[in-house]
Design a protein. Structure first.
Lengths: 174, 227
């Protein structure tokens, strides 16, 4: 996720202080991974340097969290461009798992057991997300659903690979 | 907590002609837990469910329910056990089309000898709990697939079973309706203490369970207790 674009988007509703931006981010998007103050300030410094935000005022007491930031027209355009650009699909997990399966076959280790272990771990996380979704609000449900559908896709890949393991073993050992 | 299995199968085998559907499958279910039975098409998961529920008699192996060997029970005795202790939900509801929804839900109670008025009063309570009380007077052909599955869940739960067998209960539903059925089914089973054997090939459905077992080539690959 682009923290910069997300913080910029939060500023579109109106100027905010650094600490207020962090709180708004954590509430809406942070969940398991709240932002560090350091991330907020390094990101805001970069946005400032690129002319996407301006400092509108500074509260007494010093400290970067006291700065009040406002989005610029260029910042608004940047958010619009980001939202209009599709995300690159990330098949990274399958690649790692594929490498593990092939390596297991090449080295004579149990590829089927590897896939079973991974399946159990995927389902464990899916259970956790399902519980969180059940007890959560609509935002929780949507975020958990997104993760659940991705994990489900991985699981389908695991099942398909398990079904093709004999053929893959033949090719790997050729 | 009593961890003795409520239902325990050992070495179940079943063949249809030359095709082995189950080959020495072991399975155990504790009271009140929700277990997903997963596996590819044709792996034997539905046959396992049918054997566990006493719908199909295995060729070999033993099945114990509540500490009692029920492998050799007569067909009549197995039918009685299914009526009193088990509830069923299938992929396509399998409601009786000529009966109204409340009559469908009351059916297991009526078969157990309960009077119509009392049976339908309880059926109505379950329809309300499954959020489909507005379907009470309608016939299955007049309601949606999602409503039909919730009526089927109400029918499975109305006789206070100790085990619910659910075979792809969301297989014919879209994501939202499937999720609603799973939420209501698992909530109701936890409230009543009924265990659930949930056959599914969908991971998102299995994620509503406490643990999963995987059936491959007629045997159960993992059946560890939940932590």
């Amino acid at each position: 996720m682009s923290i910069g674009h997300t913080l910029l988007g939060l500023l579109e509703a109106g100027p905010r202080h650094g600490y207020d931006l962090k709180r708004a981010f954590d509430e809406r998007f942070g969940h398991d991974r709240p932002l560090h103050y350091g991330q907020v300030y390094s990101t805001m410094s970069r946005l400032l340097k690129n002319g996407l935000v301006v400092v509108e005022g500074i509260e007494p007491g010093g400290g970067p969290e006291r700065k009040r930031y406002a989005i610029t027209d260029a910042g608004v355009t940047d958010v619009a461009d980001w939202l209009a650009t599709p995300e690159k699909p990330e098949p990274y997990l399958q690649s790692t798992l594929y490498t593990k399966v092939v390596l297991a076959l090449m080295t004579g280790r149990g590829a089927a057991e590897l896939l079973d272990t991974q399946r159990a771990e995927h389902l464990r996380l899916m259970r956790e997300l399902t519980r969180r979704k059940k007890d959560g609000d609509l935002a929780d449900q949507l975020i958990c659903d997104h993760a659940l559908f991705h994990l489900e896709a991985d699981l389908r890949w695991l099942e398909l690979t398990a079904a093709r393991l004999d053929r893959l073993a033949e090719e790997v050992r050729r | 907590m009593n961890t003795a299995p409520l239902l325990e199968a050992t070495g179940l085998s079943k063949a249809y002609g030359p095709t082995a559907a189950l080959s020495g499958a072991d399975f155990a279910l504790r009271a009140g837990e929700v277990v997903a039975v997963m596996g590819p098409s044709g792996s034997g998961k539905s046959t396992l469910l049918h054997c566990l529920a006493g719908i199909v008699r295995p060729d070999a192996g033993t099945l114990a329910y509540d500490g009692r060997d029920i492998t050799a029970l007569s067909d009549t005795a197995r039918s009685a056990l299914r009526r009193t202790d088990f509830g069923f939900v299938f992929q396509f509801g399998q409601l009786v089309p000529e009966l109204s929804c409340v009559e469908n839900v009351a059916l297991p109670l009526r078969l157990n000898g309960e009077k119509r008025k009392a049976a339908e009063a309880r059926a109505l309570e379950w329809l309300a709990r499954l959020e489909v009380d507005d379907t009470a007077a309608k016939r299955p052909g007049e309601i949606s697939g999602g409503q039909g599955q919730r009526v089927a869940v109400a029918r499975a739960l109305v006789s206070s079973p100790r085990v619910i067998f659910a075979d792809e209960p969301t297989g014919a539903l879209d994501s939202l309706n499937g999720e609603r059925v799973m939420r209501l089914l698992t909530d109701a089973s936890r409230d009543t203490g009924a265990a659930v054997v949930l056959v599914t090939h969908e991971a998102r459905v299995a994620a509503w369970s406490d643990r999963e077992v995987v059936v491959r080539d007629g045997s159960v690959r993992s059946s560890e207790w939940a932590a």
